[in-house]
Write a protein that binds this ligand. Structure first.
Ligand SMILES: [Mn+2]
Length: 191
């Protein structure tokens, strides 16, 4: 597929996502939460995924969670059978004082290990506990394995932004099509 549209409407939220894995990093993102828009736009730019995302809802926590669910489902759907992809990707990305690493395996098993090391309760208008929830929901619905850690840093905004950049680069690399491969990269023959 590589390109997909996913939407989800509940009594709490209304979210729609257009995703193109082979894009140019163009983003149009409106969740009403500025720090989340900033992170998704950064993610789009550095992954080169085109993302058009719209979310509205009653409570901030619901919007953050449901945005992650729909974006995760869009990634899973766009990857389709996951044939011919590189499968693994990793990155260590600095942003001023902050340094983060991300390692991704696009095996169809969701596992997430996070060490974000956020000190404050909020980063701009995003509640810190919702950030971990966002990334966990993204991985669970995207159905992949992620290890994401902040290694260094003082400033929470920088820490989170370096995490999203590292996640973007590792997902870009893991999802890219490998010309030499036309089937699933697993000794089991299935992911
Ligand atoms: Mn920033």
């Amino acid at each position: 597929l590589r390109k997909t549209f996913c939407s989800r409407k509940t009594k709490e939220t209304d979210v729609s996502v257009y995703l193109n894995l082979d894009g140019n990093g163009e983003a149009e993102c409106d969740t009403g939460i500025r720090m989340l828009d900033h992170m998704i736009t950064t993610f789009s730019l550095h992954s080169s995924f085109d993302i058009k995302l719209r979310a509205k809802g009653d409570l901030i926590h619901h919007i953050v969670e449901d945005t992650a669910i729909v974006l995760g489902k869009a990634i899973d759907k766009a990857l389709d059978k996951r044939e011919g992809i590189a499968r693994f990707g990793y990155a260590i990305i600095p942003m001023d004082d902050a340094l983060s690493y991300s390692a991704v395996d696009l095996v169809k098993r969701s596992y997430v290990k996070l060490r974000l090391d956020i000190k404050n309760n909020k980063i701009e208008d995003l509640v810190s506990e919702d950030i971990e929830h966002f990334i966990s929901s993204l991985v669970l619905n995207g159905n992949f394995t992620l290890h994401l850690s902040v290694l260094e840093g003082e400033n929470d905004h920088h820490k989170l932004e370096s995490c999203f950049k590292a996640l973007a680069i590792s997902l870009r690399d893991a999802s890219r099509l490998e010309k030499r491969r036309n089937k699933v990269v697993s000794t089991k023959g299935v992911l």
